[in-house]
Design a protein around this ligand. Sequence first.
Ligand SMILES: NC(=O)c1ccc[n+]([C@@H]2O[C@H](COP(=O)([O-])OP(=O)(O)OC[C@H]3O[C@@H](n4cnc5c(N)ncnc54)[C@H](OP(=O)(O)O)[C@@H]3O)[C@@H](O)[C@H]2O)c1
Length: 332
Amino acid sequence: MRAAFFTSNKQPLQVREIKKPKPVKDQVLVRLHNAALNHRDLWIHAEQNSPVPEGIVLGSDGSGIIENAGEDADPLLIGMEVVINPSLNWGNNPIVQGDSFKILGFPDAGTFSDYITISKKQVFEKPEHLSMLESAAVPLSGLTAYRALFSKARLRSKEKVLITGIGGGAALWAFQFALAYQARVYVTSGSDEKIQKAKSMGAINGFNYKDPEWTQKALKESGGFDIVIDSAGGPQFSQLPEIMVPGGRIAIFGRTAGNIPDLPTRLLYWKQISIHGTTMGTRDEFMSMLDLLESRNIKPVIDKVYPLENINEAIQRMESGDQFGKIILQIN
Ligand SMILES: NC(=O)c1ccc[n+]([C@@H]2O[C@H](COP(=O)([O-])OP(=O)(O)OC[C@H]3O[C@@H](n4cnc5c(N)ncnc54)[C@H](OP(=O)(O)O)[C@@H]3O)[C@@H](O)[C@H]2O)c1
């Protein structure tokens, strides 16, 4: 079988033939149909080295068919179309992940591969309304957006929500979930074209974060936001408390724009702004997120599809920041 190996930072991934893995107790063997990229793959590619000389198979998102249900083979599982929950070993506390928490795709072998062996607990029946390709776009970014919006920021319908960097995979899920809850949703982007796309999907308006006056414009137009879902951090994060209503909530799960240099302390306490850091989510949140997709017939925004062999082109696409939505790999 083929698998895309990451060996050392900034080096192209190598697609190599390896032996098909065998499921051990409590695992299933999934023949992957599709995988999807996340910014996490870029961070690993830019910042890490493989802990083993042969390299690591990257990839957190995947969908496929169970081909082998392992030692205690449950015949009901064979042939099931599944999505994989990449949030591994969360632990017992829904507030925060435990010490054994890992994300699929580094250091454990991930989904950029023909096959994967994975614990039965991590596979879920594919949402009926989604194709295999669409299902691969769901897991990591959908889960993260779900927890950020509902468990952390506690969205109530009709609230005003700002989603930053709308071109991103996780941002677009948060956007679609907020729309499904009848929130009044605004976006930011570095691209006017992406703002137009978001408006055509239901955003009230959007602001280009490259415009130095975007926060003033956003405040004037919205009257202030109840919730901001941010995956960028960076210097602009410091301006967010100014454009929140009193009691506003910010959920942050990314650092695409780097560290946050400065925060207006007085505004934080006077407006009683809550800032929630969040990462991935629990098994329960994963199931609730799948339910939400199905019950509201929500489908992912797909940017481009690449064959597994062209994995390095897919990575370059994400590096360029030109994407609007999920970048998918076609595997089988
Ligand atoms: N902690 C977690 O569990 C978790 C889970 C998922 C993602 N993340 C993090 O969240 C971030 C996004 O991940 P992703 O997979 O959705 O990435 P992605 O699909 O590559 O999207 C990245 C997006 O960041 C936006 N962006 C770039 N510079 C920005 C800025 N200065 N201000 C606002 N937005 C900016 C861009 O939006 P425009 O193109 O619209 O300008 C771009 O589309 C990454 O940092 C990732 O590591 C963390």
